[in-house]
Each structure stands twice: as structure tokens, then as C-alpha cells.
Design a protein around this ligand. Structure first.
Ligand SMILES: NC(=O)c1ccc[n+]([C@@H]2O[C@H](COP(=O)([O-])OP(=O)(O)OC[C@H]3O[C@@H](n4cnc5c(N)ncnc54)[C@H](OP(=O)(O)O)[C@@H]3O)[C@@H](O)[C@H]2O)c1
Length: 342
């Protein structure tokens, strides 16, 4: 296959699965990573590189540096842009959360303008770019909705994902589409499933790790929308070839209450000590206000409420089928226990 696919954020949790699937399917891969010499961040990609000799190159790519993005995509046929900061709270949200997404995507656009060989762009967005701050309990949201009420104060991660996606869509509508270049965006909810490195136990796996390490000692009244990282990777790779031009694809499989997540884990891994007691709602709010990766606004929106997502377009257009959330939860921990990463 003579297609060369550039991937930003290639060492990340989702990026690594994308790279793995691309290599399995015979694509050539340019893997862009911020810290190419870090064994902790890139060791697992180097192993992939040696398993697929000549099929993959790892390039230093900080997306905040336009020259590096140019080098990454030069001569490539496709780009999968996953790089972003996955964090809902930071002391300086503009520089830590918004800029990596927004400026990173602006640099991608500048590089695309200079690199006509890239015909297809798959951009990793999120349900965070869709979910408004308030919703009616039990509602099903579609990809027609935008999180336009996100602000730097109340939802910096949502703002980052909205701004970056709007930028790349504007480029596509005003320029890309007239040059026959295709754009599709992929919108995962909370991603669980096997980490390919200990480095992946951050980001969306934080909540499961907090349960496993009992740094949340009790069970929070939270309904979690889940999609498997292997399905997220698959959706990105399929979106290189199928789907509507400009398609905005929600990738979500279902939801589970945290108590059911813990019950599944207790049954699958009875030798491990999991939290047992439920935490009352008011206490959960207070705990979230003081927790470094949560906030009171986040807790008010996410605790005791149910939100559904319409992932039918991804099933129809990309031919996706979803692993059950229970399977994703359990499979998250198989490599963790096997490799003693706890
Ligand atoms: N995980 C989820 O639940 C979820 C849900 C919806 C959408 N998403 C989206 O999926 C994408 C990947 O997330 P993930 O879960 O795989 O998180 P992750 O494991 O933290 O991966 C993020 C990747 O982006 C890279 N990155 C960050 N800033 C960068 C910069 N300035 N230049 C180059 N690379 C940079 C990181 O590099 P370093 O390793 O060097 O930091 C890492 O490779 C993100 O766009 C995220 O918004 C994730």
C-alpha cells in the first residue's frame, strides 16, 4: 500500500491504537510524538516500529511548532490529528488546555495548505465539543449540537475541542472541499479499554485508576458514557476511506453507573480490593470541588444524571459495531494486572 498516514499525538492512548491498527492494515505510518527520546512515553511505539520493519517512522512533532508539523505531513497522503491535552482543569487553562488544541490545529491547517499531497484529514474531536453545560436528564444528543456555551472558566476542555474543530471545519468548507480534500471528525465519549503502555493510565483512565488505587474510596453516583479505545482507533482508520465528507461522527457504545463498573471489576478481579460504599451526592460534590482533576461545575453536570449519544451515523456510514462497555472496563485492567502497572 503506498498510502502514508501521519498521526499526531501518536504515543497517546488513542493515537497508539490508531497506529497499531494502521500498521496491521498495511498502511505506512509517520508517527508524530512530542518527546521522541522518552522511553516512558514512546517505548511502546518503538516496539511497534521493530515489529513492522520499514513501515513506520517516529518523528519529533510538537504541534505548537509549525516546522515540525510541516515535516511530519510532508509527502503523506492522509493525516489523523489526535494531539491535544486531555485535562478538564488547570491553573492556566488557556496555555495548558486550549492552546495545544487550538494553536496545534491552526498549525496543522497551515501545514495542510502547503502540503497538497494530504487528501484526507481525520480530526479527533470529542463529545466535549457537543455537550452543552446543561441538558435534560435522559436526553439523547446528536452531532448537530455544539458546546457553544463552553468558556475558559466553566469548561476549558470543551472550549478547546470546540475551537479546534471549528477551525478545521472552516478550513475544509472554505478551501479543503474545493481542492477535493476530505475531512471527518470523530467524537468519542469516555474512552476505556486496554492501555498499550503504563503511560496511558492517565487521561480518561484516571477515573478507573482512582477506583483501583482506592484514591476515590467510595462509589460516586455517576453514569459514565463509555467507548472502547479499540473501537475509537477503528473508527479513525475507517474514516480515512468511508463516511460523508465533513461527517461528524459520535463514537459511543453505552453507559454504566459507577457502582456497576465496580461490580464488574470485583467479579472479574476478585483478588483486588475495590471500593464498596456509595458516597452520598452532597459529599461527592464537595470532594469534586477539591479534587485536582474535577470541579464543582463538572460534578453538578455529571453526577446523578443520564445523557445518551446518537452513534447511529458511525454505525451506518463507517460500519462500526461497538464492544460492550462491560468488556471495555474489564479489558482495561487485563494488561494493568498482567504487567503489574498498579
Ligand atoms: N480519552 C478520552 O476519553 C477522549 C475522549 C474524547 C476525545 N478525546 C480526544 O482524543 C485525543 C487523544 O486523547 P487521548 O485520550 O489519547 O489522550 P493522551 O493519551 O493524553 O494523548 C494525547 C496525545 O497528544 C499529545 N500532545 C499533547 N500536546 C501536544 C503538543 N503540543 N504537540 C504534540 N503532541 C501533543 C500527547 O503527547 P505527550 O504524550 O507528549 O503529552 C499525546 O500523545 C485528544 O484529542 C482528546 O481530546 C479523548
Amino acid at each position: 500500500m503506498d498510502r502514508i498516514v501521519a498521526v499526531t499525538g501518536a504515543n497517546g492512548y488513542i493515537g497508539s491504537h490508531v497506529v497499531q491498527i494502521l500498521l496491521d492494515r498495511g498502511y505506512r505510518v509517520r508517527a508524530g510524538v512530542r518527546e521522541p527520546h522518552s522511553q516512558e512515553r514512546v517505548g511502546h511505539l518503538k516496539k511497534m516500529e521493530s515489529r513492522y520493519p520499514g513501515q513506520m517512522e517516529i518523528l519529533p512533532t510538537d504541534v505548537l511548532e509549525i516546522g515540525k508539523v510541516r515535516e511530519l505531513i510532508s509527502g503523506c497522503s492522509d493525516l489523523i490529528h489526535t494531539a491535544a491535552t486531555v485535562m478538564i482543569r488547570a491553573s492556566d487553562p488557556q496555555s495548558k488546555i486550549v492552546n495545544p488544541s487550538l494553536i496545534g490545529t491552526q498549525n496543522v491547517i497551515r501545514a495542510l495548505n502547503e502540503t497538497p499531497s494530504v487528501k484526507t484529514v481525520v480530526h479527533t474531536s470529542s463529545t466535549a465539543a457537543i455537550r452543552p453545560m446543561q441538558w435534560e436528564n435522559g436526553v439523547t444528543l446528536t452531532s448537530d449540537v455544539w458546546a457553544d456555551d463552553a468558556t475558559i472558566e466553566n469548561n476549558p476542555y470543551g472550549l478547546a475541542k470546540v475551537l479546534a474543530e471549528r477551525e478545521i471545519r472552516k478550513w475544509h468548507e472554505e478551501k479543503g472541499v474545493h481542492e477535493g480534500r476530505v475531512l471527518r471528525t470523530i467524537h468519542p465519549c469516555m474512552v476505556f479499554g486496554p492501555p498499550l503502555s503504563k503511560y496511558h493510565l492517565r487521561g480518561s483512565l484516571t477515573i478507573l485508576m482512582m477506583l483501583a488505587r482506592r484514591s476515590i474510596p467510595a462509589i460516586i453516583p455517576m453514569n459514565i458514557n463509555i467507548v472502547d479505545v479499540r473501537d475509537v482507533g477503528e473508527a479513525h482508520v475507517r474514516a480515512l476511506d468511508v463516511g460523508e465528507d465533513g461527517g461528524r461522527y459520535l463514537v459511543t457504545s453505552g453507559s454504566m453507573w459507577m457502582k456497576d463498573v465496580v461490580n464488574e471489576l470485583r467479579t472479574a478481579f476478585p483478588g483486588h480490593k475495590w471500593p464498596r460504599l456509595p458516597i452520598p451526592y452532597p459529599l461527592a460534590l464537595i470532594a469534586a470541588a477539591f479534587h485536582p482533576s474535577a470541579s464543582i461545575n463538572w460534578a453538578r453536570t455529571h453526577l446523578r444524571t443520564v445523557l445518551n449519544w446518537d452513534s447511529n451515523p458511525a454505525m451506518l456510514d463507517l460500519g462500526m459495531e461497538w464492544r460492550a462497555p462491560q468488556e471495555s472496563v474489564i479489558d482495561t485492567f487485563r494488561p494493568i494486572f498482567d504487567s503489574n502497572w498498579l
